[in-house]
Write a protein of this length. Structure first.
Length: 303
């Protein structure tokens, strides 16, 4: 989207960046995030093929940066964000160590989002922004950070929903114009639900779900929530938990097999969501089922 901007001869690089959390193992595709500890000193960043947003975490620091042939001096406070489009180099100097929540979007991911919003290319450029203070964007960023730091992350569909909303916010348009319908047609909703149920054991994406409804991802997300009453990622997790509960009560498969059959990353991931949504662990559900079976047998014996 953007041409590489030549930089002057760089000064010696003196700062360090250490990622303390990363999304590499979470199955996110087309986007990612890291929580990075950044030392005081001079840092240089090469031009990347993807778009980046760095959100400042914690105590304020004074930062001096050079990017897109412009110099900036500012005090970065908690939640302030810098938007660096693909193809831009940059360098900055922090007067103290800090932490950055860094989010990146692949150009293909960004391009699909722009195309689905039916915008012309002039309206849809991601432009460099520094010290951006946007409460709605911060809310999305902190939700994604919580997902990154969670012991048991949600379905990747949730992170994808957050990143799509972040891109829409950065582009600066509304996800769904007011003249579009506000709910899914009944047949469309049924088709999407059938597709979800038939593919619970697989990684579902917003692209393929929106394709079932023949809608753009931003429009589909809004209509799905208005139709079903919950966001699409939450609905998928609920259906996975319901399917897992049914299989556990049948007693034919192990808990680890059931986790795979219902699309959870592993057995503890399944247990986390069952405890959260049902208030019981897989072991407790199976124990209750055995107790019910034993009591039924005793009743039949007494008769």
């Amino acid at each position: 989207m953007n041409a590489v901007t030549p930089m002057p001869a760089p000064a010696p690089h003196g700062g360090s960046r250490i990622a303390v959390r990363t999304s590499r193992a979470l199955g996110w595709q087309g986007f990612g995030a890291e929580l990075v500890n950044v030392s005081a000193g001079l840092h240089r960043m090469s031009a990347f093929r993807h778009h980046r947003v760095g959100v400042h975490v914690g105590a304020p620091v004074t930062a001096r940066c050079l990017c897109d042939a412009r110099r900036h001096t500012r005090i970065q406070a908690h939640g302030d964000a810098d938007v660096i489009p693909a193809g831009l180099e940059g360098q900055w100097n922090d007067d103290a160590a800090c932490t950055i929540f860094s989010v990146w979007f692949a150009e293909d991911f960004a391009r699909r989002t722009v195309e689905q919003l039916a915008l012309n290319s002039a309206d849809a450029q991601l432009r460099p922004r520094f010290q951006m203070r946007d409460p709605r964007f911060q809310h999305l960023a902190w939700a994604l950070r919580a997902e990154l730091e969670a012991d048991d992350a949600s379905d990747p569909l949730y992170a994808e929903s957050l990143c799509t909303a972040m891109l829409v916010r950065l582009i600066g348009v509304e996800a769904m114009p007011g003249n579009l319908r506000r709910t899914l047609a009944p047949r469309t909703a049924a088709r999407v639900i059938e597709f979800i149920d038939a593919h619970l054991d697989q990684r579902l994406t917003l692209d393929e779900l929106a394709a079932q409804a023949q809608l753009s991802v931003p429009h589909f997300k809004a209509l799905f929530r208005d139709t079903l009453g919950v966001p699409v990622h939450q609905y998928v997790v609920q259906r996975r938990v319901e399917r897992a509960r049914t299989l556990l009560l049948q007693g034919r498969l192990s808990a680890s097999q059931i986790a795979l059959e219902t699309g959870f990353a592993h057995q503890s991931h399944m247990a986390h969501w069952m405890s959260r949504l049902l208030g019981a662990t897989p072991r407790e559900l199976r124990g209750a089922a055995r107790d019910d079976t034993a009591m039924s047998g005793q009743e039949r014996t007494r008769r």
